[in-house]
Design a protein around this ligand. Sequence first.
Ligand code: BGC
Length: 477
Amino acid sequence: MRTKVDIIDQIDGTCYCDAIIHEKDDEYYCRHDYVSSSIREACQDMVLSDEQLKVIRERLLRSINEGLSKETHASATVKCFITYVQDLPSGKERGKFLALDLGGTNFRILLITLGENHFDMKSKIYAIPQSIMTGSGVELFDHIAECLLNFIKDQGVYKQQLPLGFTFSFPCQQLGLTKGLLSQWTKGFNCSGVVGQDVVKLLKEALQRRGDSTVDLCAILNDTTGTLMSCAWKNPNTRIGIIVGTGCNACYIEKVENVELFDGDFSKPYVIINTEWGNFGADGSLDDILTEYDREIDRNSLNPGKQIFEKIISGMYMGEIVRLMLVKFTKQKLLFNGQVSEQLNTKGSFLTKYVSDIENDEKDNFTKCREVFHELGLSHASDQDCMNVRYICEIVSRRAAHLVSAGAATLINKMDFNSVTIGVDGSVYRFHPNFHDLMVGKITQMVKSNVKFDIMLSEDGSGRGAALVAAVASCSV
Ligand code: BGC
């Protein structure tokens, strides 16, 4: 006889499956009972046990400590960059600010007004064409400068010399609040002539080329820092900022005495550290959990061998992982009657958004799943295929949520607070129906028993966070 508990044990110990389809004489069946056993077996290497997650936490902690230590920083994979942000917002910040947000597929410019009990934001989104993402650095910064000047003219603030916070969401070795050397490109960007350079300087030069001297570029920050700051503005208990979007990364508050390379203000006890945990695993320390799909993604990426943790979690890769699994299983005749469509065979065709869409279907219908299949030329799919594909999506997104949770728990356990709010942003976290709950469940299992935590959705960390960093940096405000 199968009880509810058996079902809960069945997937990987945390089946959130609320979809008990059949309940009779105390026997329960959930959706997962109807997934083909061959598919379940084929997905096993995507399931991380609690023991494996524990080992991952230990290795991540070691990598973080290597990043913080003077002796090992240069060779560390998790760099733990100093952000020079040492003050959290007080909630009393006031004024008008500009923010630039570069880091995903779009680039945004924002005009932000922080007032007493209110916050106003005007923004414009600009596409970054593929040719610019992989062109020259000069072209990239010229494009940004041009958009910025047009924006401030349109908004009628051209003459106001507003302070600007630049959210630049790539790994940067910061040498102060206004100096950041790009250490490597990630997430599909690969502009020449920028690695090793100060991106603030490159932007200032591009503005000068256009004859502008009105922008007061007063802080460069990572999107994780923006997320932490923007949540801390509302909730001073925020100590961690996490992004699970196109890329994946986290920052946290560290005691300055633990940061051996710290050269900021020692009179303040803490500094935000941008871990750049996305690069965790670049030394092989995740090799034992990588699947054949992960390896293929890495091989075909712009940065093979780098950003391994990011590649097994983030939105830039999640859909493609699912696609590779679907293609393989179809060729093995486990799906779609063995018929692979041309679309499914095309790299990048299975968008990460589809994972959320498919998992968003009501428990006993496949409306969104069928829409996705239609897009992909898979209208011949059976209900069994829908059931199986939904399971595959769940396995992949669940692994991502568990890995982020392992990262978050590592930071919580490393810090010495008994209550921690985690600010989180990014499209995967925002749009996936269960990501938040999966994280809460897993982190609860992994943190020290005396620590309380909660997870808060960040409201536009890259925009408001940039304004807040500019504000607390108290440049010419
Ligand atoms: C970058 C990080 C960034 C993250 C989320 C990663 O690829 O290296 O700096 O925070 O993406 O946007």
